[in-house]
Write a protein that binds this ligand. Structure first.
Ligand code: 6GU
Length: 288
């Protein structure tokens, strides 16, 4: 997978080089290009925004800068050629240096890159999206400030590319950069070969519509608190049932709407319903 990010704060994307993503870069599973939007300005002030038509606070990012930036990054042309790919921050076992601009160009799958626009006005980011996007050849993130990019940039880009506007939650950030870090991490960890243990995302929170339950390690007793006895039983079916119930319990407490969603989809068995009834004190407790 190749990820390109267009931003006015390239240094903000530095964390992509570290830890899990750095390892994926090092192992050639991932290439990351970070591009400074100001490379596509022509005026002496390198202006990327202007005041909004119709008035109001804040600034709007200019279409004459964003349009060519997205086209060049998609095609690997213009200033996008000069952007040096991020290399891993991991000092040991570094692979050979990559040629700047290598691996640009059209996607092998013929669908072309998927352009992602982080914005609080986008669709809520979910694990399902992370799963779908982890199967893409190329992702291009277009980071705007929160007042936004001139709408025509999105409208025009949709004529040639697949474009999705995405939000990471119901709060407002100054710009999309941190959202890119969040989304990239969620996506890249699902790319085959990135996680050491491929089984380890089968049990992730949200993978089955429920939150993950508690985990324990040694010592068996710590500060007077004991690891639940069932985990020493060696009875795999019993452990699996207990884990399911812990997931149901935590999901009901923290995200009750997820329980309802799962119920609508037929994802709760009779034993699940019995357990939920038990911890809610019966259906009467819903009536208040
Ligand atoms: Cl993706 N961008 C910005 N600027 N603010 C956000 C967001 C994204 N998601 C939630 N708030």
């Amino acid at each position: 997978m190749r990820i390109d990010v267009v931003t006015i704060f390239p240094e903000y994307l530095e964390p992509l080089r570290h830890a899990l993503l750095g390892k994926a870069i090092e192992r050639n599973i991932l290439q990351v290009g970070v591009h400074n939007l100001r490379s596509w300005t022509h005026d002496v002030h390198q202006a990327v925004d202007d005041s909004p038509y119709g008035g109001g606070p804040g600034m709007v990012m200019k279409p004459e800068v964003w349009g060519p930036a997205l086209d060049d990054v998609a095609a690997g042309t213009g200033p996008a050629v000069e952007a040096v790919d991020l290399t891993s921050a991991i000092p040991h076992r570094m692979g050979p240096p990559k040629t700047p601009g290598a691996a640009h160009g059209g996607a092998v799958n013929g669908a072309g890159p998927l352009i992602l626009v982080p914005t609080p006005a986008g669709r809520p980011f979910t694990q399902d999206m992370a799963q779908r996007w982890s199967e893409e050849e190329r992702l291009i993130f277009a980071c705007g400030r929160y007042e936004g990019i001139d709408e025509r940039v999105i409208e025009d880009a949709r004529k040639r590319y697949r474009v999705e506007e995405v939000s990471i939650g119901d709060y407002v950030l100054i710009g999309g950069e941190v959202a890119v870090l969040v989304i990239a991490e969620a996506v890249v960890r699902l790319v085959p070969g990135v996680l050491g243990n491929q089984a380890s995302h089968q049990e992730d929170s949200f993978q089955d519509g429920l939150l993950e339950g508690p985990s324990y390690t040694k010592p068996r007793s710590w500060r007077g608190l004991d690891v639940p006895e069932v985990l020493f039983s060696g009875n795999h079916a019993k452990v699996a049932r207990w884990r399911r119930e812990q997931s149901l319990r935590r999901t009901l407490a923290n995200r009750p709407e997820l329980i309802e969603n799962l119920r609508q989809q037929g994802g709760l068995g009779a034993d699940d319903e019995d357990f939920l009834k038990g911890i809610q004190g019966g259906p009467a407790s819903n009536e208040n």
